[in-house]
Design a binder for this molecule. Sequence first.
Ligand code: ACM
Length: 523
Amino acid sequence: MWLRIKIIYHFIILLCVLFTSCIKKERVINFPHTDLSEVSIIPIPLEIKATYGGFPLDKYTAIHIDETKTDFKQVGLFLAEKISSQTGVSPQLKVNDSTESIIYINPSDTFDKDNPEAYRLEILNDSIILTSHTATGAFRGVQTLRQLIPNKANDTLAKNDIWVIPSGDIIDAPQFKHRGTMLDVARHFFSVEDVKKYIDILSYYKINVLHLHLSDDQGWRIEIKSWPKLTEIGSLTEVGGTKGGFYTQDEYSEIVDYAAAHHITVIPEIDMPGHTNAASLSYPVLNGNGKTLKPYTKMRVGFSTFDTRKDTVYQFIDDVVRELSAITPGPYFHIGGDESHVTKKADYIYFVNKVETIVQNHGKRMIGWDEIANTGVDSTSIAQIWRSEKNMNTAVKKGMKLILSPAEHAYLDMKYDASSKFGLTWVGFVPVDVAYNWTPEDKAPKANILGIEAPLWSETISTISELEYLAFPRIIGHAELGWSIKERRNWENYKKRLADQHIFLKRNNVNYYASPLVDWAKE
Ligand code: ACM
């Protein structure tokens, strides 16, 4: 009798198991299948092959984290956190008995070592395999994966919510090593929290460089311990007469570390010999324009210069470059060098050559705005082209690498159109299509182009919301120009993918400009 009851009991259990597995099967069978090549990914990847199945992302998904590979593990934890904040479902961090689908993030040495950001994302019906030679490449792949997660859970027969990721194979790599943006924290100061929020959104679009413009006539923004008046005096002002601000070295390091966790390199810029009113106001010994120094809070520049023939000036620069280089792990130091209209030409050349040596002595590679090409700089220094084709050609003749920031396309501080609430117009309007429709790879010999950068000068903006209004959506197109090859880029197609970004931007509380050139997706 007991034996019969036991058999019946086991039979019922077996039926239950079979029934549950039927439900699970049904859940799989009823997935809505999206075409991977139709999903709005920005920047558009190199190759996308759709296989018309789907990977179920839900509470039974695990991210397989290899505890021995610390940098890949961090990428896995980053993905887990982003999935959880988008969907409300926290992926398991260990494969266990309830796991039904697995995301692998694995190192692989099958990639071209010259392109460390290359990655492959294979999406199967029960697993996702993300591989790259480096954690940075895996991090870029994670951004692609995030963009594939539907905005809402799919309508399936399952009891729990499931987000179906369309299956297929993505092979991807950037066309340029340097895909940056510059933020001017000198004309108006932006807090550490503001900069971190900007980094969050930039990294989603695979931007990998954040150049901080840390000093100008209107303010000095970084603590230099050996020259304390720079922040005691020079940091107090900003455009419009409002209170400025500065980063302590610890706060700067916090930004650098946060950027590094998003695989973004920070480049510090100290603009000189012009744009130096705030520095000279703090230490009048530096001043070379012979005028009485006053705090400056207007916009017009080009009136200030260091005294390029004083040893003290080079002692000062050596200290600044030394202190700032010590807390900057990236390989670059930007010395500005633009619009030094009151520095005599011979003095300018003498100055840039001396500063190049200082920068190199502190183990960094020098970057300067395109004017530096007219000095004796060597081919290891980099010219950032903002205005002058002549300077660009001079830099190419010297064998220098270029960062392309042509104002008429790449300046995020220009108004979009006559309706823009913020922005300048000296180069004309830069609408969203003009920001996208140019071909950096055709501007100069490709071998000379390190990459591109979109500067955001802050004369007319003072809050993160205003910053976002000018940066978004133009920076998203800029991210695609830096990453995707020209054969994959097309305004009509891009514009549709851009329209779909509206949900991500809204979810992250980004105050983008809803340009009428784009048919923004409704929820
Ligand atoms: C610049 O816009 N002055 C580089």
